[in-house]
Design a protein around this ligand. Sequence first.
Ligand code: BTN
Length: 326
Amino acid sequence: MQYKILSLLDENDFISGEKIAETLGVSRTAVWKNINRLKTEGYKIESSTKKGYHLIKENYPYNKFEITRNLNTSLIAKECIFYEETGSSNEEAKKISNIKVTDGLCVVADMQTSGKGRLGRVWQSPKGKNIYFSICLVPNITPMEAPQITLMAGIAVCRAINDSFGLSAKIKWPNDIIVNNKKICGILTEISAEIDSIKYIVCGIGINANVETFSDELKNKATSLKLELNCEIDRAAFLCSVLKKIEYYYDIFLKSNGISGFIDEYRLNCINIGQNCTALFKGSSVSGIVKDIDDNGNLILEKENGERLNIFSGEVTLRRCDGSYI
Ligand code: BTN
């Protein structure tokens, strides 16, 4: 009910309680209670005795309604769960999928108390600042091909940042999005599988949106949209754009049976190609020049002796040759 009232407020500059009650066939008291509920959720609603209620159309709260109101996707986030706080949206998505798998399910959190990064790292997830979400997908691919979902999500976030803000976002293979040489987004893909078939994939994405300070360890390596753009980001509207891009690239992924439909675009946006770097590969460190990302999403690293390694995205951490991560 409160969101029907919200839609009316959105459509009208001013609207009286009486008109809302009449339009929705409810009592004036019900209107008043729901207006108060909306205010508690963070909507700024003014009232004037003569003209009625007026919604201030800025600084909308971050909730499921705002994220999905303009979504219009046919798979991604058709089912969406929003938590004010959870341990980890990936863990939550896995818990739900272990009971019932829903292709396209999206779990969003406003805060994570145990946000997970790759390689057992912690993903800082303060409340009210950033974007943390996980998508459950059920593509008909083998477990070996599952890391390609990280590449799909990477190009989707990269394009969403470019198109929404005009920032030059790039992909650091396989799972980081970089702006101005600093990490702005990380992707953690996890799978539940039998030997040769996938039960589900959970692709978790963390985007630094409005955070302004980082720990000493991260401050030279990480950035946020707010720091880059000097303005507060509407997280719900931007997450909606990201979800639309994921649907766009996932659709290509399904239709072309893998990443071939967008690998050229991926290559163009990948900062590793042509760079010297060191990969932690099967427990030991190898250095060389990144020659390409192949059609399976593997990184081709050419060592000094000319030997080429085909590095599978599930098993590597890349560093610049000076030892720094970007
Ligand atoms: C990385 O770069 O190390 C990957 C970071 C992935 C963070 C996201 S935030 C949403 C989802 N839930 C988690 O616990 N982790 C991922």
